[in-house]
Design a protein. Sequence first.
Length: 397
Amino acid sequence: MSLEDIHPKKGQTKAYYDALMKKCDLHLEQMEKELPPSLEKWEDTLRWKGVKRRDFLKWCSVMTAALMLPPIFNGKVARAAEIVSRIPVVWLNFAECTGCTESVLRSSYPDFDTIILETISLEYHETLLAASGYQAEECLEEALEKFPGKFICVIEGAIPMGMDGKYLTIGAKGKTGYEIAKEVTSKAAMVICIGSCSSYGNVQAASPNPTEARGVKDALNISTVNIAGCPPNGVNFVGTLLHYMLFGAIPALDHIGRPLWAYGKRIHDFCERRPHYDAGEFVEEWGDEYAKKGWCLYKMGCKGPYTYANCSRVRFNQGVSWPVMAGHGCMGCTEPKFWDKMAPLEKPIADQALFSLGGEATIDKVGVGLTAATVAGIGVHAVGSVIRGVGKEKEDT
Ligand code: SF4
């Protein structure tokens, strides 16, 4: 379902959303009938976690807005959240560090993303599984037999393709990651790549990539929903599950498979340091007086202008903070090949690379652009302040 399917054109809002709500109801009813029953009631889960229903409803309105739906969908999102944990999930781990599992499934405070992820019907997850060896493989086979075409396959980690995939063999039968991924994804209702390793290969695929590691889409030539990030944000994973539960379809994706509702805007567009960027106020070296003032980290290598993700809006650890807020620039971890193109550079990217990434001009050009726009728009006094900021930046470089 595309964004155009979900969001109406001008003049058709009410009738359109009424029809869409009915569609949601039908899908939710169908899911409630088809999915295996939950082990405990949602109200009991909340009580056991010590959280109030009123807070749950507040979280639902935040998720509704995050999914770019109007507030009339709050109730539908609440209903979807109550049954989403009944979807069977098979979680595969390939070439990775398990940081995505840690980031998404672990938390010190029981927020609602965490509760949903903790109660999700994980039919198979190597890291969390008590069984091992042949027993673990039986668990996987059982899950595939029990829920053919009905489960969500979540993949964490890249797939090494060199030496016929033998850089990664798993389990007592010694199957390669490629063989396991091919078999399991062919029986899944939807494949979600959690993290940048399974999405695009990430550090395993960084130059010179001796194991010929690849993301799942490239390795298997299948469609995937890519929840990119190193690690990704649990909110983006839960939102994608809720979308699937509401509409029975994957959300609209960008050209590299990321949900548009979460990855449609740049980090830079909602960064709290953005006013300093626009004013030409930059940190010049780690720990300087400008760092203490919270100025922009662009000159220290922040890749926020080229990176599409919602980190600056939803943040991490229950919205407490995110890397730029903590004082380090964005490394571009939601973008393909960021280890080769962005992360190691603690300085702005050179012009040529920058334009190929679709970002803005270099900082000097940003200054010139700002000056021209300001001259045209808001008059001489304001121009003076912008020129002072840019001029200082030029003197110092
Ligand atoms: S360059 Fe980085 S620190 Fe500066 S405004 Fe953009 S995202 Fe924020």
